[in-house]
Every structure is written in structure tokens, then in C-alpha cells.
Design a protein around this ligand. Structure first.
Ligand SMILES: [Zn+2]
Length: 126
């Protein structure tokens, strides 16, 4: 994990709202079962369809609170809607996200998910 993501994750930890999101045991098992590369691909797909368009559908309410580990991670990392992304990550609304931005957000989501796995499953290697 680069220090950049570590810093962002740390400031998110200071938000009472963001820091209350945790992966359930079922979520963690799902991640371990599918594998990190597959979950990252899911993150890219979810971000591309629900977040990246210039005007995402139902923006602000497009990310469920549970049902997929990436959804939970999106709330924890403030990548759940364009308003949160603008506020926390400085990417302005009203335009489509670039591929690079989607990659950046997916890496942040994965950094958070890996942290969740390490927090409860040491010494499991991720
Ligand atoms: Zn949001």
C-alpha cells in the first residue's frame, strides 16, 4: 500500500460516519473466496457503472449499505457517490471520471478491504 492511500485511510478513520463501516465475516469470506484480483475487478465494474458517468443514476443513493464488500468499502472510503468523492477526494462533479480516477478509487477501496482482512485475519496473507 502506498503512503498516499494510508494517509487518506487515516483521515477517513477520523470520521465517525466513515469509520463505523466494517466488513462482516461473510464479506471477508467472500473476498477470500473470490480473491483480491476478482474483487478489484468488481470494484472497477461497480465504479464504472454507478459512479463514473457524468451524471450517475440516483447520485447520492446509488450505493447500497451492504450486499457486496465493495459497497461497504465505498461508504468507508467516501467513494459512494459523486458528492462524497468531490468532498473527500477533490474530484469535481458534473463530468465523467477518467480511467485513471476510477483506478485510483478502486485502489483506495482495495487498500481499505485489505486492511479489514489484516485487522481480523492475521496472519492471513493478502
Ligand atoms: Zn456518498
Amino acid at each position: 500500500m502506498s503512503t498516499g492511500y494510508g494517509k487518506i485511510l487515516e483521515s477517513l478513520q477520523h470520521s465517525r460516519f466513515r469509520s463505523k463501516f466494517r466488513l462482516t465475516r461473510k464479506d471477508r469470506m467472500y473476498v477470500l473466496d473470490k480473491g483480491i484480483p476478482t474483487i478489484r475487478r468488481h470494484a472497477i465494474e461497480i465504479l464504472s457503472s454507478r459512479i463514473a458517468p457524468r451524471f450517475p443514476k440516483n447520485d447520492g443513493r446509488q450505493t447500497p449499505m451492504k450486499g457486496h464488500p465493495v459497497f461497504v468499502a465505498q461508504h468507508a472510503t467516501a467513494t459512494c457517490c459523486r458528492g462524497c468523492i468531490q468532498k473527500w477526494h477533490g474530484i469535481e462533479k458534473g463530468r465523467a471520471l477518467t480511467e485513471q480516477e476510477v483506478d485510483f478509487l478502486a485502489d483506495l477501496i482495495m487498500a481499505w478491504i485489505k486492511r479489514e482482512l489484516i485487522a481480523c485475519c492475521t496472519p492471513m496473507v493478502v
